[in-house]
Design a protein around this ligand. Structure first.
Ligand code: SF4
Length: 444
């Protein structure tokens, strides 16, 4: 378990010399416990204390970075078992498998299809983040050619999945700037691949048949100088695998068991789309850092990304859209004006129904701190005064020639007060967004 501030304080020199930038050793200890500062800032800490404090100065699950630049994939560094305890920090990466047994044309087509797997949902861009090239042929030349083709055809992050150190070395030489993940396909080659990971500063995924073996291998690989490690557990039993992933997470977080404190890699093994989707979703939920799938159809990938987006959403921060005026269609001075809150799902549901009505409309999103209509009203974040102020300051008065606003049916209670404080005529719209198209088509 991570050390508390007081546990850390007991190990510090207690001289209050301030060299760390904190007024006292206790203040530094508290900041270290919250991982707001690194232990290196105290030049006076003894070697023995440093060793004991390692647990407080490092995350229980190592951060692993695959790739470089803006679209690099960062996984791990998680601190809680359950999202409601705080939040999950780094969404599981979704990777797509490409085998080197494909013909050139098939490979090009598959890569193009994977590149297109990006979507927009509730105002956020979601997509796959990695292509895993598998040395299924067992042939070095075929693997290296496939790596070259994938690398030139895609900017996504890359993983090299092979048990042939020569094939991996040649591929790394070609794509060293991409900082790919090396996935060890042959346990017997772990040492060789670990040396390559060290030489090319690349992360390495070890493959183990059990938790004991995984702990042995991470220890060995770490001693060979590899810092960023992932764990791939090979078992055909999906439920056993999920059980092991959960056990690893618990050991890392609750017992501070460093040898299993690395993000988990999971390949789907199911052969039908529905089972593969259920399997992949289970891995995202419990607790994979990277899930590599075979199916690259949009209707398979999209629900998987949606689940990931929902699981990794900060529970303390609802998804929000910018509070402002949105124009749907070719609006004019006579277009209706609807008001709603800035909770993303509320806004996009309303916007979608307005679009389907084909009636050009203004939607004003009130800043409700991301709450839905009724919740915001109950919390006094969606009040007559707030809406009146928005009508005055948002610029809508210059955009329309009328002074009539439509409020959601659920907050009809606001209508009298809103008319009084804004001077606008208030119409009460439907309670459910599904009623908007009919309402707008007969709107006068
Ligand atoms: S540098 Fe070390 S000894 Fe000095 S105040 Fe900070 S924690 Fe204490």
């Amino acid at each position: 378990m991570a050390l508390s501030g007081l546990d850390i304080y007991k190990l510090l020199p207690k001289t209050n010399c301030k060299e760390c930038g904190f007024a006292t050793c206790l203040a530094f200890a508290m900041a270290l416990a919250q991982k707001k500062v690194s232990l290196d800032k105290c030049p006076k800490v003894t070697a023995t204390a440093r060793e004991a404090l390692e647990s407080a100065s490092q995350p229980p699950i190592k951060l692993v970075t695959i790739g470089k630049g803006e679209d690099k994939l960062e996984i791990g560094n998680e601190t809680v078992m359950y999202r409601h305890e705080q939040k999950f920090f780094h969404p599981a990466g979704i990777g797509c498998l490409v085998e080197d047994t494909l013909s050139d044309n098939e490979l090009t087509a598959r890569v193009a299809k994977i590149n297109a797997l990006t979507f927009e949902r509730v105002g956020q861009k979601i997509g796959v983040s990695l292509i895993c090239i598998k040395n299924s042929s067992g042939d070095k030349t075929k693997f290296v050619n496939a790596v070259k083709k994938v690398a030139s055809g895609s900017n996504l992050n890359l993983a090299l999945y092979s048990g042939n150190p020569e094939a991996v070395k040649e591929s790394l030489t070609i794509i060293k700037d991409r900082r790919p993940l090396i996935i060890c396909a042959d346990k017997a080659k772990t040492d060789d691949l670990a040396r390559l990971a060290k030489e090319f500063s690349a992360p390495l995924a070890i493959t183990a048949a059990s938790l004991d073996e995984a702990a042995e291998l991470t220890d060995k690989v770490k001693k060979l100088g590899v810092d960023e490690i992932m764990i791939d557990l090979k078992t055909d039993d999906v439920s056993k695998r999920i059980q092991d992933f959960t056990f690893m997470r618990r050991l890392a977080l609750k017992k501070n068991f460093r040898l299993l404190g690395y993000p988990v890699l999971a390949f789907t093994g199911s052969n039908t789309p529905d089972l593969e989707l259920a399997e992949a979703v289970s891995y995202v939920a419990k607790y994979a850092g990277l899930v590599i799938v075979k199916n690259i159809e949009k209707e398979f990938i999209f629900p998987l990304l949606v689940v990931r987006q929902d699981i990794y959403q900060d529970p303390q921060k609802p998804v929000q859209v910018e509070p402002k005026i949105y124009e749907i269609g070719k609006v004019t001075k006579d277009s209706p004006v609807l008001v709603t809150t800035n909770f993303s799902i509320t806004y996009f549901t309303v916007a979608c129904e307005v679009e389907s009505s084909k009636v050009p409309t203004y939607i004003i999103c009130c800043d409700s701190e991301g709450m839905s209509v009724l919740t915001a009203w109950a919390a006094e974040k969606f009040t007559a005064e707030k809406i009146a102020n928005l009508l005055k300051t948002s610029g809508i008065t210059e955009m329309v020639g009328h002074r009539k606003i439509v409020i959601p049916g659920y907050v009809s209670v606001l209508s009298g007060k809103l008319e009084e404080v804004s001077g606008w005529k208030v119409a009460v719209g439907p309670r459910e967004a599904s009623g908007i198209p009919n309402y707008l088509r007969s709107y006068k």
